[in-house]
Design a protein around this ligand. Structure first.
Ligand code: HEM
Length: 206
């Protein structure tokens, strides 16, 4: 289960817990920085290698996530009753799910040069996670498990700088997902309020 994550945040949670623990835990992160140009190049280069093994990496990432944060498994209707996590390593459903998540990562990598498009994609994903009942405080657990899953694929090509680049990318994407989640949560709250209880629209433009 062990995986050595180097650098500042040798934690399983990459959500910048040192900067306002509770806000991050509630999913109300401040906006994270996007990766630098140099980091984008490193991420893109490494993705060319990782992509050949995404099915395997997706499974490893989720089995690790369920091992390190069992509360995440309960969110998944298909996996919440599975006691023996080893069985998941051959599960067709987990393979398919891992591939969906990996293909989102692939799209995100491709959009690192078009940050507006990446932001829209990640916010939409955050909104759909509101409907999956996946609490935003869990989003930041995924980056560390992704890193542990792909490190062995890259072998000696893995460096501390590359790790920092992927961490930055995950912090960025998950902070946008959290924003999307919060937007959807407020929208749903507004919809369930009766019209008389809704806050009046401000007329500051008048
Ligand atoms: C970096 C973090 C994450 C990413 C990139 C991600 C990505 C995705 C993607 C691409 C899908 C496929 C459906 C769609 O596009 O809407 C999905 C579905 C889902 N995700 Fe996530 N996810 C993340 C974190 C989490 C976490 C932490 C949980 C729960 C603890 C979670 C729970 C779910 C559930 C329940 C579904 C629906 C499963 C189904 O297909 O029935 N996700 N996620």
């Amino acid at each position: 289960m062990g995986c050595a994550i180097s650098g500042l945040a040798a934690k399983t949670d990459l959500g910048e817990r040192n900067k306002g623990e509770d806000a991050a835990a509630d999913g109300a992160d401040a906006a994270a920085l996007h990766p630098s140009e140099e980091q984008i190049l490193m991420i893109k280069e490494s993705w060319k290698v990782i992509r050949d093994d995404i099915a395997k990496a997706g499974i490893i990432m989720f089995v690790r996530l369920f091992e390190t944060h069992p509360e995440c498994k309960d969110v998944f209707f298909l996996f919440r009753h599975v006691e023996d996590l080893e069985k998941l390593r051959t599960s067709r459903e987990l393979r398919a799910h891992g591939l969906r998540v990996m293909s989102f990562i692939e799209k995100s990598v491709a959009r690192l040069d078009q940050l507006e498009r990446l932001e829209a994609l990640a916010r939409e994903l955050g909104k759909s996670h509101y409907h999956y009942n996946a609490p935003p405080k869990y989003f930041s657990y995924v980056g560390a498990e992704f890193i542990c899953a792909v490190q062995p694929i890259l072998k000696e090509r893995w460096t501390a700088e590359l790790e920092e680049a992927w961490k930055t990318m995950f912090q960025y994407v998950t902070s946008l997902m959290k924003q999307g989640y919060q937007e959807e949560s407020s929208r749903q709250r507004h919809l369930t309020l009766s019209p008389k209880d809704r806050p009046e629209k401000s007329n500051t433009a008048l």
